[in-house]
Design a protein around this ligand. Structure first.
Ligand code: ATP
Ligand code: MG
Length: 332
């Protein structure tokens, strides 16, 4: 079976609808076809300041949400990144074959450091994509399910895998991004030209899965559209309406042309109200399942412990091969 690997940050507590549609749903699907490894990337989270108690709680909450979304520990490996020390170790190796200029071209760092204030951005935030390279290469992943915003980081991963393989001999699988075009970028409901993001400027356009469903329903009902009245998919001229159609289609499985037919002659209000209802119906059982996993910390811990053990076996083998190829003397 081909391998899949992906990671998600525990930073905000709740995942948002962009995380779910762009990434987590693909994690669930790939369990069927791939030997899949998924992790909560706490080492990535600490590239910006975190409150220790919150980080601890959010990391477990993230794992509970992944299980609630449909990850099955019998069919995939779910773990916490920091439980597998090889991530930091191979991260260092990757730092040492990355050019400074090459790392400086990563647009996500530019965006995130600008938000932080340039003086406050850490070296960790700068090298974040390089740790991500190590995350992926450790598992010899073929496919990396992610949203569109991660494309550049996967490209870097491919470059570094090829560079290492070229210098030291075949060591790493060169991975490909697994990006599902239709849902690769879910937009903010208030600013439909910006990606829905955990670190959004205003919470009004951000649909958090764990918010009170009433609050989310209201966000859908007050989503920004345009001054026209026609419900038609047109990313360029109708980004707000197009985003709502994308979300509707993803949650109901109805194709967009079919939705356009269904809503012919109806106003934006009907689309928004329907979508609010559809979301609430989908998210309510998700809340229940998340609560169940959180309410049973023994099971959660044992899933994560078994996951870390399985992940470590794979990661240790890859790291040992990489060290050896580079000429590091193995410990006896
Ligand atoms: P931050 O803004 O702090 O980076 P985030 O919202 O991007 O947070 P991440 O944990 O970085 O969340 O991303 C987890 C996964 O969700 C990644 O694969 C990312 O590509 C995907 N993703 C994030 N936002 C969206 C979105 N708006 N649409 C589709 N996929 C998304
Ligand atoms: Mg992100």
């Amino acid at each position: 079976r081909p391998r899949a690997l992906s990671g998600i940050q525990p930073t905000a507590g709740s995942f948002h609808l962009g995380n779910y549609l762009g990434a987590i749903r693909q994690y669930v699907a790939l369990q069927e076809s791939h030997d899949a490894f998924y992790m909560v990337v706490d080492l990535h989270a600490i590239t910006v300041p975190q409150d220790p108690a919150e980080l601890r709680a959010n990391t477990r909450l993230a794992a509970a949400q992944l299980l609630a979304a449909g990850l099955d520990p019998e069919r995939c490996t779910l773990f916490i990144q920091s439980h597998v020390p090889e991530h930091a170790q191979l991260g260092w190796v990757m730092n040492c074959i990355t050019g400074f200029g090459e790392a400086s071209r990563m647009t996500q760092f530019k965006d995130k450091s600008a938000k932080q204030g340039a003086d406050r951005a850490t070296v960790g935030l700068f090298t974040y994509p390089i740790l991500q390279v190590a995350d992926i290469l450790l598992y010899q992943a073929d496919a990396v399910p992610v949203g569109e915003d991660q494309r550049q980081h996967i490209e870097l991963t491919r470059d570094l895998a090829e560079r290492f393989n070229g210098r030291y001999g075949p060591t790493f699988t060169v991975p490909a991004p697994h990006i599902v075009r239709e849902v690769a970028k879910i937009y903010d409901l208030q600013d439909p030209t910006a990606k829905m993001s955990k670190s959004a400027a205003s919470p009004k356009g951000l649909v958090n899965l764990l918010d009170d469903p009433k609050v989310s329903a209201k966000k859908f009902r007050s989503a920004v559209t345009d001054t026209d009245t026609v419900i038609r998919y047109d990313e360029k001229d109708k980004p707000g309406v197009s985003n709502l159609l994308t979300i509707h289609s993803a949650l109901t499985g109805t194709g967009i042309p079919e939705l356009e037919r269904q809503y012919e002659g109806k106003g934006y209000g009907a689309l928004k109200t329907d979508l609010a209802d559809i979301f609430v119906e989908w998210v309510t059982p998700f809340h229940e399942r998340t609560r169940e996993y959180l309410g049973d910390p023994e099971t959660l811990d044992s899933v994560l412990a078994k996951g870390a053990e399985k992940a470590r076996a794979v990661a240790a083998e890859t790291l040992a091969a990489a060290y050896d190829r580079m000429g590091l003397v193995p410990a006896k």
